[in-house]
Design a protein around this ligand. Sequence first.
Ligand code: GLA
Length: 379
Amino acid sequence: MNSIIKIICIASSLTLATGVVAEPALKDVFKNDFLVGAALNPSQFGESNVSEAALVKRQFNTITPENVLKWGLVHPEPGRFDFTPADRYVAFGETNQMFIIGHTLIWHQQTPAWVFQDEQGKPVSREVLLARMREHISSVMGRYRGRIKGWDVVNEAVEENGSLRKSPWLKIIGEDFLVTAYQFAHEADPQAQLYYNDYGLENPTKRAGAIALVKKLQAAGVTLTGVGLQGHYRLDAKFPTTQAVDDTIADFTKLGLKVMITELDVDVLPPANISLSAEVSTQFKAETRLNPFIQGLPDAIQQQLAQRYAALFAVFLKHRDAVARVTFWGVTDEASWLNNWPVRGRTSYPLVFDRNCQPKPAFQAIIGSAQPKTPRASE
Ligand code: GLA
């Protein structure tokens, strides 16, 4: 963050600390509906970014680590774990009484090549990879047993066409890598909630693949608490339509699962491609036409973003009995991954707090979508 923005952020959080100006907290507004959270980076949970850490504490009651629990960071080499940042993340959540999420154990990205290779660089056997999977899950989940309450066990195992992704996990172990991962996770922490997390499940073809996967996991008797819809959406109300989001939540609810919106953001920048994929390895060349809002977001688009967020939250609220959590992928626009994906170096505006830690019209629109309602019987 540049220093001017940092000063404004600190100034605004001081204003809030004095009680002069205070926006309502999302965690309070939706307390009878679902948890509301954000994915955090080390400057936030380590509190070196004082203003963003304060914003997180004021607004959210659940947190997800953006990166520090991914295999490549927590387990960079065979037999070597680096738990220092993750310990800090968990301590931040505990100090602030937040529902702490673990993200993610088994994925095709941000997993070092050594996991799948022997010393000669050849693919390891199924047995070796299963043993590595078990060691990783039991070490990482085991360390935070009873403290991290819910885990994204497998991330993004389904392709856009509904088939299983041809990841090294699938190629080396075979289809049962999925059932086995959930068994290892349950063994590591029998109390933990276990999730399957993916993007683009609003696409009916991909969703059908994920539903088939869920049914296989359920038939195998593994613990599967819920499905995470990542929620990397676009401003264009077609990508996806709110009806498709509604249908997706309904379909997973019918399978007896909870649904979490796990990585919510709304991309306002011109699409660099027509695909709806959120595959992190996709990159396109920077072009001026793809980065039109360097000087700020025009009011008309700010309002469109607000309407889009209001419409999405109306769907989440409609399904408040099934939706357990809504987590934004980031805290303010400043550090969103969408400043660098799928084109590097853009100025992006996908979240509900701006670069000065101020609530945007989208924040007010979300608050406005919450109508007073009677608490559920269980509350
Ligand atoms: C995926 C992953 C997240 C994150 C985002 C982009 O959605 O699940 O961990 O990497 O991509 O930042």
